[in-house]
Design a protein around this ligand. Structure first.
Ligand SMILES: Nc1ncnc2c1ncn2[C@@H]1O[C@H](COP(=O)(O)OP(=O)(O)OP(=O)(O)O)[C@@H](O)[C@H]1O
Length: 294
């Protein structure tokens, strides 16, 4: 049994003078949930398009479950949710979802598919008149229609409100828990932190970091949360989540923590001024993708 879902080897891709991907090697194991992060123009969509056979690589090779991407997609082994993907204009949600099912050899049953994508109540509505977040759910339904082993989601929660996001991630989570593989790109670092077991960071078409959320955070170096002293009573600070030590440095309070994000979240709303976090996923991301630690 082959444990690899996707293998990109030495992928290069240019668009005119722009080098969108520059020698990308990436292997995604079956059953993993991988987040693809990177600033605008880093090459995320290009990498995803190559995995789906929508864009051909200039150099290098790509396989999906040991097949070409096109063969894996045709066999219903891969489902994708792409940014701005349109569907037939004058059709109801049910018709769109039926159409998607008809493309695959072994689709999910219609009712289950509508339910899983959160579309049951929207089934009779025209898909082109839905709100942005509702239309995203239809794209999600399209991606799930073939009961794929690999789900590829390009910035999937764009335009979704908080409730829709929660529902969406709950569904993706249970899909992954069944042993499916999920790859998603996002600009929301907390989504990567919360839902991925591996984060791959791209910058300028190259892989600049690859590891668990904790490993990526650790790349940002020492983890501290600091704020202005301001006469603030500091009695309970040592008991906050993640905190290892509390120090007063001049007019600043400096907490050393095992988990800067959690400590930062615990301090939210307490009105401390000059709050500065190092070693968060955000700080790691900035230093990895710009080479600066600000
Ligand atoms: N079809 C195309 N024609 C010309 N240039 C392209 C094309 N597709 C991508 N590019 C360029 O390749 C680079 C990588 O683009 P890509 O869309 O892969 O980045 P991304 O990481 O997905 O960015 P974003 O976060 O903004 O969606 C960018 O500079 C982009 O302008």
């Amino acid at each position: 049994m082959n444990d690899v879902a996707v293998r990109l080897s030495g992928i290069g891709r240019r668009f005119g003078a722009v080098r969108a991907l520059d020698g990308l090697d990436l292997t995604i194991e079956r059953g993993s949930v991988v987040a693809l992060l990177g600033p605008n123009g880093a090459g995320k969509t290009t990498a995803v398009s190559i995995m789906l056979g929508l864009t051909s690589p200039g150099t290098g090779t790509v396989t999906v479950f040991g097949q070409t991407p096109a063969a894996a997609v045709r066999a219903g082994r891969v489902g994708a949710m792409m940014q701005d993907a349109g569907v037939v204009p004058v059709a109801t949600v049910r018709e769109v979802v039926e159409l998607a099912r008809s493309l695959y050899p072994d689709p999910l049953p219609l009712d289950r598919l509508l339910h899983t994508a959160g579309l049951t109540d929207l089934a009779g509505r025209r898909w082109d008149r839905l709100s942005g977040g509702e239309a995203q759910r239809v794209r999600f339904g399209f991606a799930l229609a073939g009961a794929p082993e690999l789900l590829v989601l390009d910035e999937p929660t764009t335009a979704m409100d908080v409730a829709a996001r929660d529902l969406f991630w709950e569904t993706v989570h249970s899909y992954a828990a069944d042993g499916h593989t999920v790859l998603f790109s996002t600009h929301q670092l907390h989504e990567a932190d919360r839902f991925a077991d591996r984060i791959v960071v791209l910058a300028a078409g190259r892989l600049v970091a690859d590891g668990s959320p904790a490993e990526i955070r650790a790349l940002a170096g020492g983890r501290t949360v600091a704020f202005d002293r301001d006469g603030t009573p500091a009695d309970d600070l040592a008991g906050l989540p993640g905190v290892r030590s509390v120090e007063i440095r001049g007019d600043r309070v400096v907490l050393t923590t095992d988990d800067a994000d959690t400590t930062d979240a615990a301090l939210a709303g307490r009105g401390f001024r000059g709050l500065e976090v190092t070693g968060s996923l955000d700080a790691a991301f900035k230093s990895l993708t710009t080479g600066k630690d600000d």
